[in-house]
Design a protein around this ligand. Structure first.
Ligand SMILES: *Cc1c(COP(=O)(O)O)cnc(C)c1O
Length: 483
């Protein structure tokens, strides 16, 4: 437990030592063995550079770009870089591209939906059409903005189905969106076909390239047979790309691009009807630190276009090695084509996927289990970054050993009473007391994160609404003041 406000201040060196000790309990952010949350290029000196840049601008406030022109200049530079990488800028078919720097993919998507919604004040009940593989942040945007969400099932190839998506467009649809690629499976939706259908109906079309926007262009340059997904595609009106993913910037930076300034304008919020300063915000936050923006700029300038090309090559090579390891290992199989920077695997019936994830973690490989959803089975997701090129060769033997150990352990056996009780649960019945009882019967204590198979197995048999209630309950239990 750490006391944030001690009676007497603590020397700086001691505070830093305490922070380092706290950090030691975290998953390793470097070393090429973490397949989610963190994007590591394994470039020597990059952390130090980003940190120094962050420090220079940490106290600069993005609230007013006229007071801090450094931030405006940096944002405009980042937007130009993203715009050019994604097919826009002078001399292209999308010369008028503009954009905003946001705090992350979720904010970029919320703002893309807001801009589309507010471009149509005459539509009383605006709707958003997405494929079922679209990121959950679209559901969050729809929820926050009171926009109805039309979720269209994907085809058996895990890609958005253009005909089904087109059929879902109605007079109240303000935005159609798809992914390049999807987070869960790493496959690219047929952007050209989808954008054409949306354009035919006069509806905006957003490409969620939050995940892959900074690696797909380089993979394509390296010869990957991936389709166009950017502003070169007619009908694409906006694109989001997270710099804190494959641009390898520290957390807190994403870019939302629009094909022209007119499309962006309804994204802004301005308010003069109060006694203070007239507020005009392009993004959700008002006061914003310059730290993440300066760190992102430093990262881009230091790596450069050729650096990103080289890193994409490492990523591509690592994906190939990991995918081959999955294919060579009995008991598991590739669930989606490893065409971008994701390896997604499923298990045969005699291998409990959640036990396998624990066994891999026990061998130092931190993966991301994905629960069964609709007709899709549970899978394990690997976000592959350039750092994995250095470790990928060690994955195959550990995967084989983990599968063998998983078979030896057998599937998770949840107590029948617990399963029965869970089967009768509805989201409304989830109370703090119930969560406490569940946590105790699942053996969740200090060791959260160490053995998740039982928790995942329980969630896996619960319908989505119950999963949401249970996880919200667990999180609420974790987030308690450290009195
Ligand atoms: C990560 C991601 C998001 C959400 O981004 P955050 O930065 O986590 O808010 C949205 N879409 C896709 C495809 C993503 O991978």
């Amino acid at each position: 437990m750490i006391e944030a406000l001690p009676g007497t201040g603590v020397p700086g060196e001691q505070v830093l030592a305490e922070l380092r000790e706290l950090r030691a309990a975290d998953l390793p952010t470097h070393g090429g063995r973490l397949f989610a949350y963190v994007y590591d290029p394994a470039v020597a000196g990059l952390d130090e550079l980003a940190r120094a840049a962050y420090a220079i601008s940490a106290h600069v406030n993005g609230l007013d770009p006229t007071a801090f022109p450094s931030l405006l200049a940096m944002e405009n530079a980042l937007v130009a870089a993203a715009g050019r990488l994604l097919g826009g800028g002078p001399g292209t078919a999308a010369p008028e591209v503009v954009g905003s720097v946001t705090s992350g993919g979720t904010e970029s998507l919320i703002l893309a939906v807001k801009a589309a919604r507010d471009a149509h004040p005459e539509i009383e009940r605006p709707r958003l059409v997405v494929p079922s593989t679209a990121h959950a942040a679209f559901a969050k945007a729809a929820h926050y903005l009171r926009v109805a969400l039309d979720v269209v099932p994907v085809g058996p190839d895990l890609r958005a189905d253009p005909a089904a998506m087109a059929a879902a467009i109605g007079p109240e649809t303000v935005l159609v969106a798809a992914s390049a690629p999807s987070y869960a499976h790493g496959v690219v939706d047929p952007i050209t076909e989808l954008a054409a259908r949306a354009a035919e109906r006069g509806v905006r079309f957003h490409v969620d390239a939050c995940f892959g926007g900074w690696v797909l262009p380089y993979l394509r340059r390296l010869g990957a047979g991936l389709p166009a997904f950017d502003f070169t595609v007619p009908g694409v009106t906006s694109i989001s790309v997270d710099l804190h993913k494959y641009a390898y910037a520290p957390k807190g930076v994403s870019v939302l691009l629009h094909r022209d300034a007119g499309l962006r304008l309804p994204q802004f919020f301005a308010y003069a009807d109060w006694p203070g300063y007239t507020m005009v915000n392009p993004v959700i936050s008002s006061t914003r630190s310059g730290g993440p923006i300066a760190a992102a700029l430093a990262t881009l300038r230091h790596l450069g276009d050729d650096g990103y090309l080289r890193l994409a090559g490492h990523t591509r090579d690592a994906v190939a090695v990991l995918a081959a390891a999955v294919e060579a290992t009995g008991g598991v199989r590739l669930f989606a084509p490893p065409e971008t920077s994701v390896v997604c695997l499923a298990a045969e019936p005699d291998v409990d996927l959640f036990v396998l994830a624990d066994e891999l973690a026990g061998r130092g490989w931190h993966t991301q289990p994905q629960l069964a959803y609709a007709e899709l089975p549970a899978t394990i997701h690997l976000t592959v970054t350039a750092a994995v090129a250095g470790t990928a060769a060690e994955f195959g033997p550990d995967l084989a050993a983990a599968v063998a150990a998983t078979r030896a352990r057998g599937p998770v056996q949840l107590p029948p009473a617990l399963l029965e009780a869970a089967g009768a649960l509805t989201p409304q019945m989830v109370t703090p007391e119930l969560i406490e009882g569940l946590a105790a019967s699942l053996g969740l204590g200090e060791d959260v994160g160490k053995s998740m198979a039982a928790v995942n197995s329980l969630l896996n048999v619960a319908p989505p609404a119950l999963r949401e209630a249970l996880l919200a309950g667990f999180l609420s239990q974790l987030q308690r003041p450290a009195w």
